[in-house]
Design a protein around this ligand. Structure first.
Ligand code: SF4
Length: 225
């Protein structure tokens, strides 16, 4: 059975539409260099992607030297600076967006290396929180400087540039959290003490106005709204 003219017309139309959609999808990609280099939005996203690679590279370099995995280093640093209530398997799994078994395995290894010890829960015998040993604290002070190259670059910017950068970063994090891409956020924007009126932000706990540079993304006093 042959193809009639109408069928040829539809095949051509659909093929053309499909190719056009494919072209548009390709041309919308941040990774398409023609698109990226002529579109500032996409150039910024590509730049952020490049910076995220830097964090991974710096952390990997440090972890190789100390025979620790990146997640092991991140957990040790996190525990050192956060409350005991946040040093649990469930909380760490949500914080680092990994499964509970992954966190449990990491904790087991860190315990074997004598960097942490468990504090069993008096009420629930299956639950525990984690505390650093003195050796664990030494590892933290040896590793937490992995981020220094970026700190040095930012320290050279003007205060006005830093405030603009911070305003954009904190706003972006807040939006990513609303989109449920970033899960746990201890930021002012999600805090029950935060209020905003006439474009001015305020912390009810500290009883002070929060300027752009005062907005926190990880506050020890944070309470979920
Ligand atoms: S308690 Fe902390 S997170 Fe909450 S509004 Fe005040 S400064 Fe921000």
């Amino acid at each position: 059975m042959g193809i009639n003219l109408l069928e040829i017309f539809w095949i051509k139309t659909l093929t053309f539409t499909f190719n056009e959609v494919l072209f548009n999808i390709k041309s919308m990609s941040v990774f398409n260099l023609n698109e990226q280099n002529t579109n500032l939005d996409k150039k910024i996203v590509a730049g952020l992607e490049r910076i995220s690679q830097v964090f991974k590279i710096l952390l990997w370099e440090k972890s190789k030297k100390l025979s620790l995995s990146p997640i092991q280093i991140q957990i040790l640093i996190f525990i050192n600076y956060h409350a005991k209530s946040q040093a649990t398997v469930s909380y760490l799994a949500r914080e680092f967006d990994v499964s509970k078994p992954t966190i449990s395995d990491t904790i087991k290894t860190l315990e074997q290396k004598k960097y942490i010890h468990k504090i069993m829960d008096n009420v629930d015998a299956r639950s525990y929180s984690i505390e650093l040993t003195d050796l664990g604290k030494t590892i933290v002070s040896d590793t937490e400087n992995f981020i220094n190259p970026l700190t040095e670059i930012i320290s050279k910017s003007t205060i006005d540039d830093k405030i603009v950068l911070w305003k954009n970063i904190s706003g972006m994090i807040s939006q990513l959290n609303k989109m449920k891409i970033i899960t746990i956020q201890r930021t002012c924007y999600n805090c029950k003490y935060f209020s905003s009126q006439n474009n001015k932000s305020f912390c009810g706990l500290l009883q002070q106005e929060l300027k752009d540079e005062d907005i926190r993304i990880d506050c020890g006093e944070f309470i979920q709204m």
